[in-house]
Design a binder for this molecule. Sequence first.
Ligand code: 2YC
Length: 276
Amino acid sequence: MTRLKTDDIMNIPATIQGYDQVLKAKTGLSLKEIALEAAGDLRSDTQIDRLKVAIIPVTTGQGVIDGFAKAVQSIASHLGFSAFVTEFPDVRGLAEAYNKNSDLIMIADDHCFVAINLRSRLVIDNTKATAAGYVVALKQMSGSLNDKTVLLIGAGQMGSFAAEGLLQYGARLIIYDSSKEAEALLTHKLTDSYDENKVSFGYNFERALNMSSLIFDASSGGGFIPGEFIQDKSIVAAPGIPMGLSWCAFSKVHSTLVHDPLQIGVATMLFQALSE
Ligand code: 2YC
């Protein structure tokens, strides 16, 4: 999992409103609406503003990322939750979250970032939630994924979760990974539960990029998608950090590109943690 840097997230609190307006312009849905759709419907009587969310910094391993907890808190508050960062990290922070009767906690070490519903005991992982939120974003920008071909770049954990979501929306998948073994493994796993005509792999990168103008970039490498191969009207969902698009490719698709370091993932985690 790629570790965020302070520079990636320090502006989130100050820009979350503007970010949401741009997201709505691109997808037709607000951050909250995307996360709600990705999470499945909430109980109608859920009063979000009464729900207390504790964000607990963690100092293990590579330690705290300056600005991370504050960024997560600002996203939760933007969505209407009553969110706070605990005064202390680690165990004291966990104790504070419970002593303040929190409903949800959000906590991340170097390996795992989860939301935990302290009432239902539901545990939601960032990678799975992020994939679900970005699938909704791509579906929204494309109008519909039904019977559309989507190029999925990256056959790792994020790509695997995204593939399930894309297939559930009726998409046909072309799976590309620099590791042909990873492509084959994911394809084999998917064709256990989906029509094998819906999933193909084994193409070289240039050919794969030519086969679809809908791209889900679940890669964790940076800047390897060249501008000359990406189609002008491409629509791209890119949850990965750093983004796979080269600057040239980015300049071609930026108006139909959804990419952020935390927002969609955190929003979807919170609403998935509340779902039944
Ligand atoms: O500030 C803290 O509490 C740190 N322990 C947070 C470490 C987060 C490490 N993970 C990442 O940077 C990201 C996640 C947000 C999702 C994938 N990688």
